[in-house]
Design a protein around this ligand. Structure first.
Ligand code: XMP
Length: 326
């Protein structure tokens, strides 16, 4: 007789006992885990919690607003937003290699987060308080995985907030450590976390930065965001969100092809739709989307996103193809 109300009550007690009167910091990514973990801690210790959201400019359309407006409105967390969009673009300028992009994004992310954390520590200090805890949205499967099992080979370096420097050592608060993903969603709904966040499909930490094949620029991000928003809207409209594990939209920025759009010949870019079905992302199959849904997505993208004149479908399973293109 598992129920989310009991989990909330139990975790609220635990968090209060652990944290006492100290201050707590939490990095929000816009994903399910960090959001639900933050909402739980907020429920337990209220304004002792400060959340930090680093806007790296690599999120999809509407996602920053979901955190900055909807999540704040529904949970009441104190949020510090860092607009790091220019910084990430500058750091990524001229870089096309996928692993290099990942490393740069991971590195910048940690640096920006550290700076923000130092500010939170300094502000607390000015009020005679100390920040002693860091919230992490670690789930039960993560605990098991890092408990020694070799798991899958680390084919791509997955970045998450990791080793902080010595002057920023916090004890961890991990209120989701005993929960599976579906339980985390139930707890999130119980806490009033917006459904768009609770049901968000997996989205990589490096975001759209690894969905632009080629250099990441502000214009290319806008193009990809527009195409991605259309694909997501139509998949939602068709009622397919729960059937699809995720559907990356990838901009082949270094590829051009000839098309006819409006009054004449264009020389634009393709986007790839990569709908996949999966249980755990370790293996995946390409989702057989209905042709009429594909057709609407294709027509809308090529009509509404002028830089894109071709929509192609990825029909590769994993393995051999990974889910993301980079
Ligand atoms: P791949 O492309 O390796 O992706 O088949 C498997 C799952 O992991 C997500 N992914 C990432 N998540 N940081 C993340 O937090 C990353 O660097 C990263 N790379 C891939 C991907 O979206 C898929 O769900």
């Amino acid at each position: 007789d598992w129920n989310p109300g009991n989990v909330v009550a139990e975790q609220v007690e635990r968090i209060r006992a652990q944290v006492g009167g100290a201050r707590v910091i939490c990095g929000l990514s816009g994903g399910v885990d960090s959001s639900v973990a933050a909402a739980l801690v907020q429920r337990a210790v209220g304004d002792q919690l400060t959340c930090v959201f680093v806007d790296h400019g690599l999120l999809r359309s509407g996602e920053a607003e979901q955190v900055e407006k909807d999540f704040v409105a529904s949970t009441g967390v104190q949020l510090k937003v860092v607009d790091a969009r220019e910084r990430f673009l500058a750091a990524l300028a001229g870089v096309s290699d996928p692993e290099t992009k990942r490393k740069i994004i991971g590195r910048e992310f940690i640096r920006v987060f550290e700076d923000a954390a130092r500010e939170v520590v300094a502000e607390a200090g000015a009020h005679g308080e100390s920040v002693e805890f860091l919230v992490q949205g670690t789930l039960y499967p993560d605990v098991v995985e890092s408990g020694g099992g070799e798991g899958a080979a680390n084919i791509k370096s997955h970045h998450n907030v990791g080793g902080l420097p010595d002057d920023l050592q916090f004890a961890l608060v991990e209120p989701l450590r005993t929960l599976f993903k579906d339980e985390v969603r139930a707890v999130g709904l119980e806490l009033g976390v917006p459904e768009a966040i609770v049901w968000r499909q997996p989205f990589p930490g490096p975001g759209l930065g690894i969905r632009i094949v080629g250099e990441v620029t502000a214009e290319r991000l806008d193009t990809l965001r527009a195409a991605d928003a259309i694909a997501r809207e139509e998949l939602t409209r068709a009622g397919l969100d729960r059937e699809i594990w995720q559907c990356p939209v990838v901009l082949l920025a270094d590829v051009r092809s000839v098309g006819v759009q409006g009054d004449g010949r264009t020389y634009g870019h393709p986007v790839v739709l990569r709908p996949v079905s999966s249980e755990d992302a370790m293996t995946a199959d390409w989702t057989r989307l209905p042709y009429d849904v594909l057709q609407v997505i294709s027509t809308r993208i090529t009509n509404e996103v002028p830089e894109v004149n071709r929509v192609v479908l990825d029909v590769t399973s994993k393995p051999p193809g990974t889910i993301e293109w980079e």
